[in-house]
Structures are given as structure tokens and as C-alpha cells.
Design a protein around this ligand. Structure first.
Ligand code: CA
Length: 242
């Protein structure tokens, strides 16, 4: 297998509100981190993943309009669901979605889950966090180190299902043989530093790496649900991109 998934409730929370899914043949990967009480977070993240599955199964190739539509449809379905079910008011979710085709990763992203690419031993965060602390860092108000422990680090500025902004970042970036892609919820990236993730991904199989990353997040306290997908691009030949 060139892809592997782990999800864990962590050591503090009672429910796992993360949801994740991939289909290696369709080359679609997605992580969602739900929020909202009374199991609404679980419903929200599942609804986002459900929308991704429907999209992937009904379409043979990724497209920017298609991915944006999928995000919008999931968002509207959540708003409708919350309107019908008062217990779900305030439900929302992040969504980081990645779809590979011909040497490119098409990405749609809302919230503070993350997509990273490991290439030639160097880990790079491909998505930008839609969070208050990430904005503070971008504006030079705090350092990334301060962001990790900031009391308001859980506030996200964009999410699906909530009243505010749900516009996804959409991007396409290249993927090469040997690249390792990581999608994760903040239960991993908030507990394990990028440098350590980089070290883990630089050795061994992705299966071993996934186990190790999960273990490290738990060992660091497991304060949140932990979810990750690892995908290794094992395409024998780089795609001819013409
Ligand atoms: Ca989380």
C-alpha cells in the first residue's frame, strides 16, 4: 500500500470528531476535523467526508470548479442539517482534500488541518492554516513558537458549516516519485513539531512512520483527536505534463 491512515480519540477527549478517508485507486485523500457539542462535530466531519466520497466516485478527474462546488455543497448541507436539528447548531468542520492526477495534487482546504509534502528529506507545509494564531504569525505579531502555545490557538477563521467564511483555498502543486504527502488534523500538528515529523518521515515505511507519529502525539499529551493520512507517490515515471 502506498497510503495509510490512522485516527485516534487521543487521551483527553471522549469522542473522536475527526473523520478521514482515502481511495488509493481514485487518488483522493481527505481529512476533516469536526467541532460542536452533542456529537455535532462527528456529524459535521462525516458530512464533509461523505461529500468528498460522492464527488470522487462520480467524477474521473479533479477540477478546481468541482472541488470548490463539493466544499460549498458540504457547507450548505451542514447549515441545513443544523437548521433542522437544533442540537447541531454551531457544528462545523475543517476539510483538507487532495486529489492526484498526472503529476499534480489538486488541493481544496478550509480550516486548520494541514497538508504537508516531504520531498528530498525536507518537509513543507503546503496549506495555510485558517486560524487566528496563523494570522497573527503572518502579520508578525507572534512567532510560530508562540502560536503553538497561544491560549487562542484553537480559534479557526474559516470552517464548513459555520456562519462565517467557508471559501476554500484551492491550489494545484506538483508531486514527484518519492514524495510523501501528509494530511493531518491539529491533534498531530499541534502536538508534534514539524522538525520531528520531518525526522520520522525521513526513515522507514509510511506504515511505520504513521505508527510513530501517532505514538508521538499521544506521548506529547494527546490533548485532541489525532488523525493522519500518509501517501507515498510511487509513480515509476514522472508524468509527461503536456
Ligand atoms: Ca482538532
Amino acid at each position: 500500500m502506498a497510503a495509510t491512515l490512522r485516527t485516534h480519540v487521543g487521551k483527553v477527549r471522549k469522542q473522536n470528531e475527526d473523520a478521514a478517508w482515502f481511495d488509493e485507486k481514485l487518488a483522493v485523500f481527505a481529512v476533516a476535523d469536526g467541532m460542536g457539542g452533542h456529537q455535532a462535530g462527528e456529524v459535521a466531519s462525516m458530512m464533509a467526508i461523505d461529500a468528498v466520497q460522492k464527488m470522487a466516485k462520480a467524477n474521473s478527474e479533479p477540477g478546481i470548479a468541482l472541488m470548490r462546488d463539493t466544499v460549498r455543497r458540504a457547507h450548505e448541507a451542514m447549515i441545513e442539517h443544523a437548521n433542522r436539528n437544533p442540537a447541531c447548531a454551531g457544528m462545523g468542520t475543517t476539510l483538507s482534500l487532495m486529489w492526484k492526477r498526472k503529476g499534480y495534487m489538486y488541493i481544496a482546504h478550509v480550516g486548520d488541518s494541514r497538508i504537508y509534502r516531504m520531498r528530498d528529506g525536507v518537509l513543507e507545509q503546503i496549506t495555510e492554516d485558517h486560524s487566528l494564531v496563523a494570522e497573527f504569525v503572518r502579520n508578525g505579531l507572534i512567532t510560530p513558537e508562540e502560536a503553538r502555545v497561544h491560549p487562542r490557538r484553537n480559534i479557526i477563521t474559516r470552517a464548513l458549516g459555520t456562519a462565517g467564511d467557508c471559501e476554500p483555498d484551492i491550489l494545484a502543486t506538483d508531486t514527484q516519485p518519492g514524495d510523501i504527502w501528509l494530511l493531518c488534523s491539529d491533534g498531530l500538528s499541534g502536538m508534534v513539531e514539524d522538525a520531528e515529523i520531518e525526522r520520522v518521515l525521513s526513515r522507514g515505511s509510511i506504515d511505520k512512520a504513521a505508527d510513530t507519529l501517532l505514538k508521538l502525539a499521544l506521548r506529547a499529551g494527546g490533548r485532541d483527536n489525532i488523525t493522519l493520512i500518509l501517501y507515498k507517490d510511487e509513480e515509476a515515471q514522472p508524468w509527461n505534463r503536456d
